[in-house]
Design a protein around this ligand. Structure first.
Ligand SMILES: Nc1ncnc2c1ncn2[C@@H]1O[C@H](COP(=O)(O)OP(=O)(O)O)[C@@H](O)[C@H]1O
Ligand SMILES: [Mg+2]
Length: 174
């Protein structure tokens, strides 16, 4: 027989169509209002899917519209004090060779007193933060055939784990 707890541990998922980069930024801004200390936002998707567009919009909403917020390609992590009171840690794990390295970079500390925004979470393998919102951005296959898919809509598949299951509903609409 299925234990009742297996129901509550089930992840919740929603899908959003993002017609343009403006809508991706609007999603990031909405997300910024829902953040709590200990949260992780995971951004997945191929090159050009819109991960950095979403990350930058989130950083700017929580800091200043003038914040450049470059992806921390070489430093792997960049932290920002935010208006919300917590620190936001933006990780770009593309160059990570071992999941342990993320913890050497301070992922544990980020999650104990702040919020982690993680591009390329695949590099963490199965060592994923418990309270995480997993956002997978994709470009429709038909658009991949186009030489320039810049203006094509994206699909965001958003999956909630841990405490995010109570908040994901807020992201289902504008
Ligand atoms: N719905 C959309 N969401 C995000 N980016 C979009 C969208 N539509 C078009 N774009 C464009 O696609 C590019 C995405 O680039 P970027 O955010 O750097 O991707 P990634 O970090 O995933 O490689 C940007 O030039 C952006 O303006
Ligand atoms: Mg990027």
């Amino acid at each position: 027989m299925e234990k009742p707890s297996s129901m509550s541990s089930k992840a919740e998922m929603i899908e959003r169509k993002l017609d343009n980069a403006f809508q991706t930024r609007a999603l990031a801004e909405k997300l910024s209002d829902l953040l709590q200390i200990g949260d992780a936002i995971l951004l997945r998707g191929p090159l050009g899917a819109g991960k950095s567009t979403l990350a930058r919009a989130l950083v700017r909403k929580l800091t200043s519209p003038d914040e450049e917020a470059p992806s921390p390609t070489f430093t792997l992590v960049q932290s920002y004090p935010t208006r919300a009171g917590f620190d936001l840690y933006h990780f770009d794990l593309y160059r990570l060779s071992d999941p342990d390295e993320a913890y050497e970079l301070g992922l544990d500390e980020a999650l104990s007193d702040g919020v982690a925004l993680i591009e390329w979470p695949e590099r963490l393998e199965d060592r994923l933060p418990p309270n995480r919102l997993d956002i997978e951005l994709s470009v429709p296959t038909s658009a991949l055939l186009a030489i320039d898919c810049e203006d094509e809509p994206r699909l965001a598949r958003i999956t909630a784990f841990g405490t995010w299951k109570m908040r994901i509903g807020e992201l289902a609409h504008d």
